[in-house]
Design a protein around this ligand. Structure first.
Ligand code: FPP
Length: 279
């Protein structure tokens, strides 16, 4: 987390927010649904693609900030399997922006010790995008800091279908198909995110209260943070606010929270007192 203070203005607003963050309780994995690019452009009388272009700067800021904070993994929803329904020109612009990002930012990823990965059906990407992606992944493969996942041609349902098919194919090859039984571990270890911690914090910009087919399995216990801010306007301050809000949450994972545990144990002690027996 010390790395973050190196790029902050002493006594500035972000400095104060960063100081309030507890480094021992950082989310291990942050996932972001970057939404609102089209609306951002529309409100300025610009074509939708201008919103996507303006969406690059917050990507750079969020990647650098998470890496400097000490977050282990960051997953960004860049292109969903449903996004193919958009006009051809918009899709082409998204691919062009991704290639520009990869080309321009690989040096920055190296400087911040970030290892790039991608999740999604990558075989269906245009070949030039796939080549640049593979090159950036290969270049950063030796880095040991944060893992940056770009979700490209991704959907949570297709990821689960791919995981199930992998399990079936492996069992068929091993001749164990007739006795095959699924388990949570089997599925989790065949997801595109295998080996990474599940997201603790899922951020969505532009105020929409949906998960939009993103990391459906992995966000089972993620804390959701929705902000009205449109993605092109999202800055370091917004990210620090999201992390502080995450640290205020009482995570229960289906058990009892702090307050309920205190209340429950108080009631049990009083019950024992009333019965005249020690616990
Ligand atoms: C959703 O906004 C955003 C996308 C479908 C694309 C996200 C892409 C970027 C932020 C650009 C670059 C990304 C990388 C990783 C280099 P929307 O178009 O659905 O917005 P709307 O809901 O306002 O129409």
């Amino acid at each position: 987390m010390t790395g973050l203070f190196e790029v902050l203005e002493p006594e500035g607003k972000d400095w104060a927010l960063a100081e309030a963050i507890d480094p021992a309780r950082l989310p291990a994995h942050v996932a972001i649904i970057m939404d609102g690019n089209g609306r951002w452009a529309g409100r300025r009388g610009l074509p939708r693609v201008a919103g996507h272009k303006a969406g690059i700067e917050p990507v750079r800021i969020v990647v650098e900030t998470c890496a400097r904070l000490g977050v282990q993994a960051l997953t960004l929803y860049a292109f969903s399997t449903e996004n193919w329904k958009r006009p051809r020109t918009e899709i082409d612009t998204l691919w062009r922006l991704l290639r520009i990002y990869l080309r321009r930012e690989t040096a920055e990823l190296m400087g911040n010790d970030i290892r790039l990965g991608a999740v999604g059906r990558l075989d269906e990407l245009p070949s030039r995008v796939r080549q640049e992606l593979d090159l950036a992944i290969e270049t950063t493969a030796g880095n040991r800091g944060m893992r940056l996942n770009l979700a490209i041609n991704y959907s949570g349902r297709t990821e689960l279908v791919d995981a199930m098919n992998a399990i079936i194919d492996e069992a068929r090859l091993a001749g164990t198909l007739p006795e095959l039984r699924a388990s949570e571990e089997m599925i989790a270890s065949r997801l595109y995110t295998a080996g990474l911690p599940d997201p603790d914090l899922l951020i969505r910009t532009s105020g929409e209260m949906r998960v939009s087919n993103f990391l459906l399995w992995q966000i089972a216990y993620a804390e959701l943070y929705v902000t009205e801010t449109l993605w092109p306007d999202f800055r370091r301050t917004d990210l620090l606010h999201a992390i502080l809000e995450y640290q205020r949450r009482d995570r229960r994972f289906g058990g009892l929270g702090h307050e309920s545990r205190r209340y429950a144990s108080g009631r049990v002690s009083r019950l024992f007192e009333a019965l005249g027996t020690a616990r």
